[in-house]
Ligand binder design. Structure first.
Ligand SMILES: NC(=O)c1ccc[n+]([C@@H]2O[C@H](COP(=O)([O-])OP(=O)(O)OC[C@H]3O[C@@H](n4cnc5c(N)ncnc54)[C@H](OP(=O)(O)O)[C@@H]3O)[C@@H](O)[C@H]2O)c1
Length: 350
């Protein structure tokens, strides 16, 4: 296969970006032999560590710790400076922004600005951040199409499980009319751990220790993370044109161990369910801790497991489950997005 040599700019170098880098190293030989992919990091930035830009490639060791040198002012400026440093790579469509900043639930920013700026500067964008697809999917997808670049976010929902790729690449002529699922690992872990008698705080602390909980845990326990994922799914699968603020949302803060045990005594389980269905030309999207029958697929998810059931016209209901969740899977999702970019470059897809 012909080689594609990617120049990557990392905006955010936290848990997810590091696992992405580890996965790139671990799978280097296969990525090169099967997809012709070579990748190096030419720019990296975080608010606290500052900015590093080197068109000859940044030493991987330097990415892992320490200050980067130049101070960070804002992401849009960083993207412009990084693009300026590698003009031929931008021109040839080999420049990729890897966006892993944190979700701002008020308006999805600044990640939405980062994605917009990168596409306008000629970069492809792969992001683990839910904000762009949850708040501005239609605008950014159209911008990417006009720019002849990809805007991909497989890592944003269900980590490495290919939900957006599944819908995009494998379901020709299928209409998705709705979905229901468990899409937040932290709250599913907490609910199933509390069923076994542990406290809310103990279970949440486990998820924070593993780097699975959001930096601000109220995003998980109040249902915002699930609402952002539900909005992203509804925008992509149902053309919903909504934001997380349009989702009818309830979290798990009020759920007690007694509630969970009472449900079990009735042959039920409590799970934080994200769902959407078409009603006329709009989508009704909800997140709530529902009681569901214990034979329900979603009731049988344990710990960090996730699953999503798509309701379709041709195939009826189909489900995809993430039975082994973790950060490695999230890093892999970004790798899979990079492979999708390489494929579209090779396929001349615009
Ligand atoms: N962890 C998971 O399991 C998981 C799974 C799927 C998706 N995600 C999503 O992936 C993203 C990254 O998660 P993470 O676990 O890697 O978080 P993290 O460990 O806190 O890392 C976030 C990185 O982004 C930087 N950053 C945050 N806000 C920024 C901003 N406004 N401008 C510039 N840099 C910024 C941080 O640096 P400073 O602190 O120096 O700003 C840090 O380097 C989040 O959007 C998250 O929702 C996470």
């Amino acid at each position: 296969v012909t080689a594609v040599r990617f120049d990557l700019a990392l905006l955010g170098v936290g848990h997810v970006a590091r696992t992405f880098l580890q996965q790139l190293v671990r799978h280097r030989a296969r990525l090169q032999s099967e997809y012709g992919i070579e990748a190096r990091v030419v720019a990296a930035a975080t608010r606290r560590r500052g900015v590093a830009i080197d068109p000859n490639g940044i030493d991987p060791g330097r990415l892992l710790s320490g200050a980067f040198g130049a101070p960070y002012s804002d992401g849009v400026r960083f993207i412009a400076e990084a693009a300026d440093a590698v003009p031929s790579s931008v021109r040839e469509g080999r420049f990729v922004l890897v966006e892993t900043s944190l979700l701002t639930i008020a308006d999805g920013g600044p990640a939405v600005d980062h994605v917009r700026a990168a596409l306008m500067a000629g970069a492809h964008v792969i992001t683990a951040n839910k904000g762009p697809a949850a708040f501005a999917y239609r605008e950014l997808a159209e911008l990417a199409a006009r720019a002849g670049r990809r805007f991909l976010f497989e890592a944003a929902v269900m980590d490495g499980i290919p939900i957006f790729n599944l819908a995009r690449e494998t379901l020709p002529a299928v209409t998705v009319n709705g979905f229901r699922g468990v899409v937040n690992s932290t709250t599913n872990y907490m609910l199933t751990d509390m069923e076994r008698g542990r406290t809310f705080d103990e279970a949440l602390a486990d998820m924070q220790r593993l780097g699975i909980a959001e930096a601000d845990p109220s995003l998980d326990v109040d249902g915002w993370d699930a609402a952002a994922k539900a909005a992203a799914l509804a925008n992509v699968l149902l053309d919903a044109r909504i934001t997380p603020h349009d989702v009818d949302r309830r979290g798990i803060r009020d759920i007690s161990t007694d509630d969970l045990r009472a449900a079990i005594a009735d042959g039920q389980r409590v799970r934080l369910i994200a769902s959407a269905r078409r009603v006329g030309d709009r989508a009704v999207v909800r997140v709530s801790p529902d009681r569901i029958a214990e034979r329900d697929l979603l009731a049988r998810l344990d710990g960090m497991q996730n699953a999503l059931v798509l309701q379709t016209d041709i195939l009826g209901d189909l489900a995809i489950a993430e039975l082994s969740a973790g950060l490695g899977q999230t890093g892999y999702a970004l790798v899979s997005d990079l492979v999708a970019v390489a494929r579209s470059i090779r396929g001349g897809r615009r």
